[in-house]
Design a protein around this ligand. Structure first.
Ligand code: KG4
Ligand code: ZN
Length: 385
């Protein structure tokens, strides 16, 4: 079965073809081709994504993207068994481009259509068996070339953290199909916090990667609980940033307070030099990644998870990947509730940020073919399943 998937929920236009292939007695989901066109760079000068510009770029890119995906897979539409399409959540103008394109293909060809929830789909990037075919595959910091997983299949129950630009959500996964929403952010998502703080620090490029880059250059001077002391570079020592809701019993998150804390530190310091900015970037990244790892492990212990899945744009963050890896590798024997054999699954970086491979993967494992006449774009589609 070959699935052609299309993703157009924000500023990326993506198409991919995946196929389920027998591997011994099991079936594996493999990528035949994947193409992503992005208008991210066009939004830089506006300091954020402009929905109208994003939608216009989607219109320009959608047909060439689908065409190229088919060519790379060396097939035409007559070999496609199902179409998968993101119907939400996302920007209405962008979503409509993909949805109406897919309905047109369905009208012309009769191929069945499977509507997909973009946020839930992110986690299905962890169910692709040949993700190492991706051009320019980005390796992990600790050198594991494929997904961060101990070469084990996902076992259930699993805990799944989805961290994207607009969402920070935890799910219990009892099978490939059975999902239960456990908690999410009460205000800003982790990606949104990265993006807003990056703007505050004066970075022009997309938030998360800009903060990661600046944080990696930080000299490592410790923050302090005594705000009056000075660092080697002469700045007032920054008070350690909070870890919002980290010890709270619920599985909810809150990141908007970090923005305020950074704003205060910014206003207090007169010398906004590179050292200072890199230190703030470092502190923010440490705070966000500490909370994400700690909450996910809390969920894993509560539900006796055998696997941990991490996905979404923020899962591309090298520090987050490293923290998850080292924490799982060094779990103290018998930590309450946590399975000592728990396996960790994080997709390669190219499958964390938006693409259509995981849209196809979701459609395969959890999607339902739906009469195309009834399919509509739903910008505020809920993730609370
Ligand atoms: O999943 P995604 O590509 O799009 C949405 O569905 O929202 O996620 C985009 C988010 C942005 O907030 C971006 O800043 C963040 O993922 N992101 C990162 C990194 N790469 C992308 N955040 C931290 N570190 C990164 N390396
Ligand atoms: Zn996304």
């Amino acid at each position: 079965m070959k699935i052609l998937a299309i993703e157009s929920s924000c500023d990326e236009t993506a198409a991919a073809i995946v196929e389920d292939l027998p591997a011994g007695r099991q079936v594996e989901l493999k990528i035949l081709s994947t193409v992503v066109a992005s208008s991210t760079a066009m939004h830089v000068k506006y300091g954020g994504i402009v929905p109208e510009v994003a939608a216009r770029e989607q219109l320009k890119c959608i047909i060439p993207t689908i065409d190229e995906t088919l060519k790379l897979a060396a097939i035409d539409l007559s070999s496609v068994d199902a179409l998968a399409i993101t119907v939400g959540p996302g920007l209405i103008g962008s979503l409509l481009v993909g949805v109406e394109t897919v309905k047109t293909i369905a009208l012309a060809t009769g191929i069945p259509v499977i509507p997909v929830n973009h946020v839930l789909a992110h986690m299905y990037a962890n169910f692709i068996s040949n993700d190492d075919v991706i051009p320019g595959l980005t390796r992990n910091p600790i050198g594991i070339p494929k997904q961060v997983r101990d070469d084990k299949k996902v076992e259930f129950p699993a805990i799944s953290l989805v961290v994207s630009g607009g969402h920070t959500e935890l799910f219990l996964m009892e099978s490939e199909k059975k999902l239960t929403w456990l908690g999410g952010t009460l205000d800003d998502a982790a990606g949104e916090a990265f993006d807003k703080i990056a703007r505050l620090l004066g970075f022009e490029n997309r938030g998360g990667p800009a903060i990661q880059e600046a944080a990696s250059r930080h000299s490592g001077e410790e923050s302090s609980t005594t705000p009056e002391s000075k660092t080697d570079s002469g700045h007032a020592r920054m008070t350690k940033l909070p870890r919002p809701l980290m010890y709270d019993k619920t599985l909810n998150f809150s990141f908007s307070g970090l923005k305020t804390a950074i704003l205060r530190a910014w206003e207090k310091e007169k010398n906004h030099d590179t050292d200072f900015i890199q230190r703030l970037a470092y502190e923010v990244q440490e705070s966000i990644t500490d909370v994400l790892v700690s909450k996910t492990l809390h969920a894993a212990a509560t539900y006796h998870a055998k696997s941990l899945l991490v996905s979404g744009g923020v899962a591309a963050n090298l520090r987050l990947r490293e923290k998850f890896q080292t924490t799982i590798a060094n779990l103290p024997a018998g930590r309450q509730g946590l399975e000592s054999t728990i396996s960790l699954h994080i997709p390669p970086i190219q499958l964390c940020t938006d693409n259509a491979v995981y849209i196809a993967s979701y459609a395969y494992f959890r999607g339902e073919p739906t009469d195309w006449h009834t399919i509509t774009a739903v910008p505020d589609l809920s993730v609370e399943v």
